[in-house]
Design a protein around this ligand. Sequence first.
Ligand SMILES: Cc1ncc(C[n+]2csc(CCOP(=O)(O)OP(=O)(O)O)c2C)c(N)n1
Ligand SMILES: [Mg+2]
Length: 315
Amino acid sequence: MYRIRKVEEEISRRYSEGKMRCPVHLSTGQEAIPSVFALTITKGDFTVSTHRGHAHYLAKGGDLNAMIAEIYGKSTGCSRGKGGSMHLIDRNVNFMGTSAIVGNSIPVGVGLGLSSKIKGTDQVSCIFLGDGAIEEGVFYESVNFAAVKKLPVLFICENNLYSVYSDLSVRQPKGRSIAKMVGAMGIDMSFGDDNDILANQQLMKKAVSNVRSGNGPHFLEFSTYRWREHCGHNFDNDIGYRSQDEFLEWQAKDPLKLLESSLTKNGSDTTTKLFSIKEQINSEVAAAFEFAEKSPFPDQSEAYEGVYATEETSK
Ligand SMILES: Cc1ncc(C[n+]2csc(CCOP(=O)(O)OP(=O)(O)O)c2C)c(N)n1
Ligand SMILES: [Mg+2]
């Protein structure tokens, strides 16, 4: 959780330097879910994600240097500097991509689940999505197909209450539980509260193990809250679509702080350990930004390379 927080906060701190020229959607405040995911999932499992995907890429084991370089538009970036923050991929760890188009990675994740089934592997395909993506038609087609074919797909919905500046009350019927609605489509579902990280870890473990053992897809919904603006590095509690009080309420339930205080209440040993973990992460993150800054921009001659998906050939 600290590693994800540190990366996102470092992007925020440096963003106004003007060297990161792509939009960024940060996950500060939402770290608990990708963190329990990181503890549960294996390298061989597939994952796809959204415009708010830094945390998922890191949780899956994606290369940090390549992610920061991508945000800086450098040739060493994970999409060779052409994709930016919303187009992350690291095939070494089966992180199969993020997309700026809301809902667009959902069917890709279901297709990856279909490939596991056809090949008879035990790979689970994990699909991160927001509460806003539930309003896309393709979500229903994808859940339906995954249910009918009993695919090894885990949907992980991070419900942070907002789609840009619109809260749930103007987008979905009052009182709806997203998890229950999806459960009614015929797949297993569960719901977790973002603040209870240990309980969430159990939920995630159980869901992954059920999917892996061939019981078909599972839909996990977690309640969470993004601290910073929808897109960008600032706070935006003053612009009128949500209140400072609501923000403070969620900040008081900061999962990172809560876990840290529960870990350290039994002695200074843990405090020293945590301090050294943080120091190590701080240096790793600083080195990633240095790597990105020092890396070259892509050469002009590459401008038209790698912009369309092409069939891989074995040369
Ligand atoms: C198909 C499509 N429609 C609209 C948008 C504009 N848009 C970008 S992010 C976003 C909000 C999505 O909300 P949610 O899925 O809850 O994710 P969050 O930003 O809260 O993490 C919208 C509507 C888009 N990128 N793609
Ligand atoms: Mg949302």
